[in-house]
Design a protein around this ligand. Structure first.
Ligand code: FA5
Length: 337
């Protein structure tokens, strides 16, 4: 009897050690430790032993064997669970080289590159870089720019309002800036002319994304305030910028337009060497009301301002069909620039 128990235990332990998967361990558990298992059958045979001592010894042996089998089953189950988890983690690991087939080094995003290059070019032309907040007051974003409450031009900019009431202020007067033009006002209020600044930054509009529009995009503002500044200075600066940024074969032109904060106002376009025109942005002579809002006397100071879309410009410069591609985070696209 004892030798049968030992043989059954040895066979069971060998099967358990050789079980290749968790499913096999489940099958073995039913076969070896259940009531219909081999050891359970041996236990039932204990009653057939004549001597009490033999029955005791065999009973002890079968109990020990059953405990050893249960312990071995539990140990094998834990071991296989760990192996299966490790192989699942391995199988589900993200292969970050999947798209390019080789490790790739990170680099600045296309829009960041354009932004930095624009700063370099304007600094080279004698401008300083200024900045302003993305969350703005209605006053800086509209009113000081010659768009009092109710001015129809406010509708040109589909505005996102922030649910914040400034101390002593009115509800609905905090906005996500719709353009970088409020930096004009902040700069005039903060420093004495002469002013030669550019202000690149993020702006927000309730625009539906399409091939040429994003609700969050980037502009760069330019502002010059000095004595005796004329429209010729604006045209000359835009042309100098065009050649410095795009290259010697490119030229610019101004077309009459309307903005409440400039008078006269002009759209400016860039001509590629192949003759095609690209619309870039708006510009004009700073309106006297804007100079006054900035604390400057229009009889003494004059100036020009311009503003254009950085994303739009990068799109045109690189021949990208759809502006949304620039924000889709597809490494195959981003890697090209
Ligand atoms: C303005 O925002 C004026 N503040 C520009 C200005 C500054 C005029 C100073 C005069 C003096 P406008 O709304 O046209 O103008 O926007 C300027 C440029 O931003 C556009 O020419 C375009 O290049 C870009 N732009 C406008 N909306 C979007 C958009 N939803 N997505 C991407 N680019 C846009």
């Amino acid at each position: 009897m004892i030798s049968d128990i030992t043989a059954a235990q040895d066979a069971a332990l060998a099967d358990i050690a050789a079980a290749p998967s968790l499913e096999d361990v489940v099958v073995l558990t039913t076969r070896l430790s259940g009531k219909k298992g081999e050891l359970a059958a041996l236990k039932k045979r204990l009653g057939s032993l004549d001597s009490i001592d033999d029955r005791k010894a065999a009973g002890q042996a079968v109990n020990d064997a059953m405990a050893a089998v249960d312990a071995a089953l539990a140990a094998r189950r834990a071991e296989l669970a760990q192996v299966e988890m490790a192989s699942r983690v391995d199988a589900e690991r993200l292969d970050l080289t999947e798209f390019v087939g080789r490790p790739t080094r990170g680099h600045a995003h296309l829009v960041t590159q354009a932004w930095e290059r624009l700063e370099d070019v304007f600094v080279g032309l004698g401008f300083r870089v200024a900045e302003g907040p993305e969350v703005e007051t209605d006053w800086h974003n509209f009113e000081a720019l010659n768009m009092p409450v109710g001015h129809p031009a406010r509708g040109e900019w589909d505005t996102l309002f922030v649910d914040h009431v400034p101390p002593g202020g009115e509800p609905g007067t905090t906005v996500l800036r719709t353009h970088t033009s409020p930096v004009q006002i902040r700069t005039m209020l903060e420093e004495e002319p002469p002013i030669y600044i550019v202000a690149p930054g993020r702006v927000f509009r309730r625009d539906t994304p399409d091939a040429t529009h994003m609700p969050v995009f980037h502009q760069i503002e330019g502002l010059v305030i000095d004595r005796g500044i004329t429209m010729a200075d604006l045209a000359g600066t835009i042309e100098a910028f065009t050649q410095a940024y795009f290259g010697p074969g490119f030229h610019s032109r101004l077309r009459p337009s309307y903005f409440p904060f400039t008078e006269p106002s002009a759209e400016f376009d860039i001509q590629r060497p192949n003759g095609d025109w690209i619309e870039l942005g708006g510009s004009g002579m700073v309106h006297p009301n804007v100079l006054r809002a900035g604390g400057l006397d229009p009889e003494v100071w004059s100036g020009f301002a311009f503003g254009f879309g950085i994303d739009r410009m990068a799109k045109e410069r690189h021949g990208i069909e759809d502006i949304r591609e620039m924000y889709a985070d597809d490494i195959r696209f981003i890697e090209q620039f």
